[in-house]
Write a protein that binds this ligand. Structure first.
Ligand SMILES: NC(=O)C1=CN([C@@H]2O[C@H](COP(=O)(O)OP(=O)(O)OC[C@H]3O[C@@H](n4cnc5c(N)ncnc54)[C@H](O)[C@@H]3O)[C@@H](O)[C@H]2O)C=CC1
Ligand SMILES: O=C(O)CCC(=O)N[C@@H](CCC(=O)O)C(=O)O
Length: 495
């Protein structure tokens, strides 16, 4: 592929200047062929400090700029994305191993985010005037100030963008710490912001591994941190932010998501929705179904048999293959090996493999889909296996299946495939998750809706359409053009 950018050795963008990192070196590897596609040095603590100061000094002018002018720059970024959409899609495919067709949908989501976030800003955090005698009462919103955005590797463009765009619309300045596995996509994204004319210091890019993340998260000069990533890291950040009520922390974390199937006449359609829920993006979506509950009856048997057969046929191949695969490589050979190990661990607990997940080349990130029956496994750890490994439970009783579906610390997405609406009503009332779907895949959430989970999946700061809420704080004002005495004074007062 033609490389789109840039000078990786100058991979930090601080106060409007590209510069090399002074911390530890790291590389980005194409997981589909093992080639090093990027290398650079992480930002050290001093560079993090300089970036925080740059963001602080840019904050006043950026937040004081009329909204229409801020939006013009944000829309110019949208235009840049439009102009470079194919380059961005190819870069995402190269760096993550994601199939090109799907990488294109990621770029489309990035572009679509802009209009949606402008609408969300106005609907969720706009200005409201309430009637009041002798004065004017307003509800307005102000930006928090300097905010850090931490991104995951699975959507290296779309998910950080889902924090950055609403944060900038609200008037915050941003310190962007991308996943160390996807520095090249991050660098290209920030280059597009620069081309769009974003003033110096409004967005700063701090590349690096965990040391850079720690230096940024622990910096006293930030007003908030918007995080999308693993539950482990999210929990660490939550502990770190304990005792700092003044800082806004938005955590979008993983899930151990259940999908229940009950009495579905259209077996092929059910299998399609299961595959789309469990295996899209090689299972690397936080919303992916991890646990599938299938009724122990003839209909359940038919669905499971067809699922195994159709999953065996899933095309897994190079992201750029002419005959496009359903999914490409996982993010790394290490992530792929971790899925093989997860499967072995579940087998050692009594899980029965129905379709074995395999990593054909240990040096690359490709894995075939796996399905494992865990009905008789006692004490299966409540873990997110972030890849294409689906655990199946056979059930007799619908309520018992829902109870088991809820038997998780997480609560991101959940779904029911069932022809009977009364079953869905029952399921909806009982299930605990932030995304609850009926007869649709549980992946592919819309940016025009709130996106977030409960329990170990989030901290009640839903993203997507509700990201506007954590990007600004409400200010209530009562205002009059001059002071005036009230018609009657309070008892005991004489003026
Ligand atoms: N709920 C949601 O919206 C989504 C959640 N995810 C979750 O993200 C995970 C996959 O992404 P990963 O990149 O593996 O997540 P991760 O937690 O490893 O990394 C996320 C970010 O945090 C940084 N980081 C890691 N440790 C840190 C520390 N101790 N202090 C400060 N920063 C630190 C990383 O460098 C990266 O920028 C999955 O668990 C998935 O479920 C992914 C997409 C959406
Ligand atoms: O953030 C948004 O705009 C909508 C949420 C979204 O895009 N969700 C995707 C991917 C997130 C993930 O699972 O990693 C989805 O639901 O498939």
């Amino acid at each position: 592929m033609s490389s789109v950018i840039n000078n990786p050795s100058s991979c930090q963008f601080i106060g409007g200047q590209w510069q090399p990192g002074h911390g530890k070196g790291f590389e980005s590897i194409n997981p589909a062929n093992g080639e090093v596609i990027w290398c650079g040095n992480g930002a050290n603590a001093e560079q993090v400090d300089t970036a925080v100061k740059a963001a602080r000094s840019a904050f006043y002018n950026w937040s004081a700029m009329p909204l229409a002018e801020r939006l013009a720059i944000i829309e110019a970024f949208g235009a840049q994305l439009g102009e470079h959409s194919e380059a961005m899609a190819r870069l995402i495919a190269e760096e993550t191993g994601k199939a090109l067709w799907e990488s294109r949908t990621e770029v489309a989501a990035m572009t679509g985010k802009i209009a949606i976030s402008i609408r969300a800003h106005s609907e969720r955090t706009g200005t409201v005037e309430n009637p009041m005698p002798g004065a004017r009462a307003f509800i307005r919103h102000k930006p928090h100030g300097v905010v850090a955005v931490f991104g995951p590797y699975n959507f290296p463009g779309h998910l950080p963008n889902g924090h950055i765009v609403p944060a900038l619309i609200a008037g915050n300045t941003v310190l962007f710490k991308p996943s160390e596995l996807t520095p090249k996509v991050a660098q290209f994204t920030v280059e597009l912001w620069q081309k769009a004319g974003l003033p110096a210091g409004v967005i700063n890019l701090l590349q690096g591994e965990v040391e850079t993340g720690k230096a940024l998260a622990g910096h006293p000069g930030i007003d908030g941190l918007f995080f999308t990533g693993s539950s482990n890291t999210g929990h660490l950040l939550h502990q770190q932010y304990a005792g700092q009520p003044g800082k806004i922390l938005a955590l979008e974390m993983g899930g151990n998501n259940p999908l229940i199937v009950k009495d579905v006449a259209n077996v092929n359609a059910a299998v399609h929705d299961i595959i789309q829920s469990a295996f899209i993006s090689s299972g690397q979506r936080c919303t992916c179904a991890r646990r599938l509950f299938i009724k122990k009856d003839a209909n359940g048997d038919a669905i499971l048999a067809k699922l195994i057969e159709a999953s065996r046929q899933i095309r897994v191949d190079e992201p750029f293959a002419e005959n496009q695969p359903f999914y490409g490589a996982m993010i790394s050979a290490k992530a792929a090996a971790a899925m093989v190990k997860a499967q072995t661990d579940i087998q050692s607990l009594g899980g029965i493999s129905l379709l074995e997940l395999k990593q054909p080349d240990l040096a690359l990130g490709f894995v075939t889909p796996g399905i494992i029956d865990v009905t008789h496994v006692k004490a299966l750890p409540d873990e997110e296996h972030f890849g294409p490994l689906l655990k199946v439970y056979r059930y007799d009783d619908f309520d018992a299946a829902i109870d088991e579906a809820n038997n998780t610390a997480f609560g991101l997405s959940a779904g029911l495939l069932a022809d009977n609406e009364a079953d869905y009503d029952h399921f909806f009332r009982r299930i605990r998750a932030g995304i609850v779907n009926w007869n649709k895949p549980i992946t592919g959430a819309s940016s025009a809706a709130p996106f977030g989970g409960i329990g170990a999946s989030g901290n009640h700061r839903a993203s997507a359409f509700y990201a506007a809420d954590y990007c600004a704080y409400p200010v209530s004002s009562v205002e009059a053009s001059s002071v005036s005495l009230p018609a009657s004074l309070s008892p005991g007062l004489s003026i």
